[in-house]
Each structure stands twice: as structure tokens, then as C-alpha cells.
Design a protein. Structure first.
Ligand code: ADP
Ligand code: MG
Length: 327
């Protein structure tokens, strides 16, 4: 049973950056306004995320790492409305099967924090009282210690760190009301640091610099009939980049879509000089009922109903706006 679970977990948690993505989303779901990530050896030795969210009830601590334990679904109706893809009560359980996991947490109603370790989905012992502020710290150590092949495949900690940095940066832009900090454990200097109650544009400037931020266009597209809303922030055609950077959130989850990327590429090539590209952020809200929920959560590629039509409509508007501001 444990081995089967480990293999399944190793498929869900493929590298430090996607474990982190799940942990960031949990912190955001808990209402955090500050999230700090610290990392050792590209997250393979240590991946720690500290938030100031609601915390986890002491009574729930023994079950949070059991598979399918979630406080986020109350009914089948909720399942239909769920705006995230995949992962329902599987993230912490999966991580506990492929790493040493420790949770320290404090809710508003407790006088102190509680700490517990987990292995293979099971709590190691009763939660121990300790000092701590309200919120949750999740510590993931020695990721893939029990999957030698996976650990070997991920030996380049620099590469893993840059993927982590990418995930933190992107969430920081999408959630400007929450402050994000990323640092290497033991170092004072942060790699990423955004204030809370910032704005998307301000965070783009902080993270990507003035080259990207000096002339951004904001484009909104909304269609009632196909039930979608798109927010685009893109560099104007007057300031092209050396490569295409594309940040895509669908229903507030960082995802990838080759179809959308291709559509955007075919729009901008007609306006920009050869080897010139935009920097682009797209946040797409679609009716959760139109998302293909049968796609396994490990698939970063999303599919949804009316995909072609929706992408077409967004591309048309982008094309018009891009043409207008091309000087
Ligand atoms: P899911 O997010 O789908 O519910 P997870 O395995 O990611 O499943 O988390 C399990 C549960 O643990 C959550 O439903 C939530 O109740 C609790 N939890 C996890 N992380 C946090 C956090 N940072 N703050 C508060 N509660 C958390
Ligand atoms: Mg989760």
C-alpha cells in the first residue's frame, strides 16, 4: 500500500516547484496576506513556506495529511463550483509520501502554536505545543528521499531554484494584495520580495524591472454568452523583448496552455519585428463547469469547453489593440 501511494504521490509531486505551487495555493486559500518561502538546495533539501493565514485547527492536525482530507468541499455542489483544477485533498498527503513533512500552525482561538511531523500520510505523534504566530508553516525536507531515481533526475538545484522563483514571482503578480518573499535559507537577501496591498503593475515592475514595466497595455475582454472574462497585461509593441514571456492563470491557478500561447504568438508576429516578442500576463476566468475536470491534476495543460471560440475572441481583441498602439 505504501509503495503504491508513493508512486502515485511521486506522479503528483514531480519537483519542488510544483509542491510549492500547491502549498502557496493552500496559504492563499487560508487568507494569508504574507507568504515567505525559504529554500535549501533548490527545495530538495528544504522547502519551507510560512503564512499568516487562518491556521489549522488542532483537532484537524492528525488527519490533514490523509488522502482526500479537505476542508474545502462540503457538497457535490461545491465540487461543481470548485474553481481550481484537480487536487482535492491530495497535496499534503502526497508530499508526506515523498518527503519529511512538518506542520506548525496556530489558529486565532489557540494560545500557542502546535507542531506535528508526518510520514506516509500519518501523523507521527500528537501535536506538540510550541511558540508561534497565527498562521501555518509547512516544512518539507529531503524531497524524494525515498525515490532515488527521481532525486537523481533533479540533481541540478540551480534549475530547481529558478523554477521555484518563477512560481513565486508569478503568484506575486497575480495576488498583489498578498506580500511574497522568497529567499535561500540562511541568507538575508531575498530573491523575490513584494509588499502586501500592492498592484499587479507595481509587482511586475518590482520583479521584471522597468524594461517590461515602462509601457504596459491593459486589455479586458468579457463575453456573457461564453461565460468568460480575460484580463491581459502586455508590453506595448513599441518595446519588444528578446523572448516571449507568458504568465497564464486560469481561474486563479497558474497553468499552461499551448493553444493559448500559439494563438498569442500568431497575433504578435504580425505586429512586431523579427525576433521580437512581448511580455504577457493573462488571467482568464471561465465558468468552472466548463473546465474538463477529468484531466488529471498533474497535467499542467488545461482544456475547457468552447476553448477555440474563447481563444479566438481574446486574440481578435488583442490583435486590434496591438495594431492601434503600434507606432
Ligand atoms: P486541499 O487544498 O485540496 O483541501 P491539501 O492536501 O492541499 O488539500 O490540504 C488539506 C487541508 O489542509 C486543507 O483543506 C486545509 O484545511 C488544510 N491546510 C493546508 N494548508 C493550509 C494552510 N497553509 N493554512 C490553513 N490550512 C491549511
Ligand atoms: Mg491544496
Amino acid at each position: 500500500e505504501v509503495v503504491v501511494n508513493r508512486i502515485a504521490a511521486g506522479e503528483i509531486i514531480q519537483r519542488p516547484a510544483n509542491a510549492l505551487k500547491e502549498l502557496i495555493e493552500n496559504s492563499l486559500d487560508a487568507g494569508s496576506t504574507n507568504i515567505t518561502v525559504s529554500v535549501k538546495e533548490g527545495g530538495l533539501k528544504l522547502l519551507q513556506i510560512q503564512d499568516n493565514g487562518s491556521g489549522i485547527n488542532k483537532e484537524d492536525m492528525d488527519i490533514v495529511c490523509e488522502r482526500f482530507t479537505t476542508s474545502k468541499l462540503q457538497s457535490f455542489d461545491d465540487l461543481q463550483k470548485l474553481t481550481t483544477f484537480g487536487f482535492r485533498g491530495e497535496a499534503l498527503a502526497s508530499i508526506s509520501h515523498v518527503a519529511q513533512l512538518t506542520i506548525t500552525t496556530k489558529t486565532a482561538k489557540e494560545k500557542c502554536a502546535y507542531k506535528a511531523g508526518y510520514i506516509d500520510g500519518v501523523i507521527k505523534g500528537p501535536p506538540v505545543p510550541c511558540a508561534g504566530n497565527q498562521g501555518t508553516t509547512i516544512t518539507v525536507e529531503n524531497l524524494f528521499y525515498n525515490i532515488a531515481t527521481r532525486r537523481k533526475a533533479l540533481s541540478d538545484s540551480k534549475e530547481e531554484y529558478s523554477r521555484i522563483q518563477e512560481v513565486v514571482s508569478r503568484y506575486a503578480i497575480h495576488y498583489p494584495k498578498t506580500g511574497f518573499t522568497l529567499k535561500k535559507h540562511g541568507e538575508n537577501r531575498a530573491t523575490v520580495r513584494t509588499p502586501n496591498s500592492s498592484t499587479k503593475k507595481e509587482n511586475i515592475k518590482i520583479i521584471f524591472g522597468n524594461d517590461v514595466a515602462r509601457d504596459l497595455m491593459e486589455i479586458n475582454v468579457e463575453e456573457r454568452s461564453y461565460r468568460f472574462k480575460a484580463e491581459i497585461i502586455i508590453t506595448s509593441p513599441n518595446y519588444a523583448m528578446k523572448r516571449f514571456t507568458f504568465l497564464l492563470f486560469i481561474n486563479n491557478r497558474l497553468v499552461e496552455s499551448t493553444a493559448i500561447k500559439k494563438a498569442f504568438e500568431s497575433v504578435y508576429v504580425t505586429h512586431l519585428a523579427k525576433n521580437s516578442h512581448p511580455w504577457c500576463y493573462l488571467s482568464l476566468q471561465i465558468d468552472p463547469q466548463n473546465i474538463d475536470v477529468n484531466i488529471h491534476p498533474t497535467k499542467h495543460e488545461v482544456k475547457f469547453l468552447h476553448e477555440g471560440i474563447i481563444i479566438g475572441k481574446i486574440s481578435t481583441v488583442l490583435n486590434e489593440e496591438y495594431a492601434k498602439s503600434n507606432k
